[in-house]
Each structure stands twice: as C-alpha cells, then as structure tokens.
Design a binder for this molecule. Structure first.
Ligand SMILES: [Zn+2]
Length: 99
C-alpha cells in the first residue's frame, strides 16, 4: 500500500457541515456552530454548544505539509476546503434569503 493525501470532492450538506465544523486558524480553532473561539486542536466537543466536531477546515492558506501535519493530529475529522465551504455556504444563505 502506498498511502498519500488526495483531495476529494463530495456532495455535502453545508448546514450539517457548519454544525460540526472546527475552523482551524494557525494557533487555535473556532466552533463553526456557535463561533466559540480559542479551541485547541484536540477538542472533540465544543465546550460552549456541545456540538461534536466531524469536519475541520483551515481558515488560512496552508502548505500541503502543514495540512498533512494537522490531518495526522486529527485523523478522525474530515478535512474540507475552507474556501469551498464558505463559498457554498454563502451561496445557500443567499438563496434562502431570496426564496
Ligand atoms: Zn460551539
């Protein structure tokens, strides 16, 4: 087996992703559900809203080696692209507003 990191595209429910998203900055993370700040990378459940983290997005543009380092520390989370997520989320929100 030759294991390597490959980015994948998957049809996801953006509302569901937002509810369980840990947004990682360079030093700490925020809860995507309640915006609680200053979370450590090891956090499994938000101390404020008690949501379980299932997804992780890196807010800043990162090198592949930095992303790999984060994935190795949290192999239980599905790492998603922050720009994909924020673009799709704002698109859905705008659509909801117009309906
Ligand atoms: Zn929270």
């Amino acid at each position: 087996m030759i294991m390597s990191y490959i980015r994948i595209w998957k049809d996801l429910d953006v509302q569901e992703v937002k509810k369980h998203l840990l947004v990682w900055g360079m030093l700490n993370g925020d809860c995507g559900n309640c915006k609680y700040v200053g979370l450590p990378l090891e956090v499994k459940i938000c101390p404020s809203c008690k949501t379980e983290f299932k997804y992780l997005a890196l807010r800043n543009k990162s090198t592949p080696s930095y992303v790999e380092k984060i994935i190795k520390k949290r192999p239980d989370l599905l790492v998603i692209d922050w720009q994909d997520f924020s673009f799709q989320y704002s698109r859905k929100e705008a659509k909801k507003f117009l309906e």
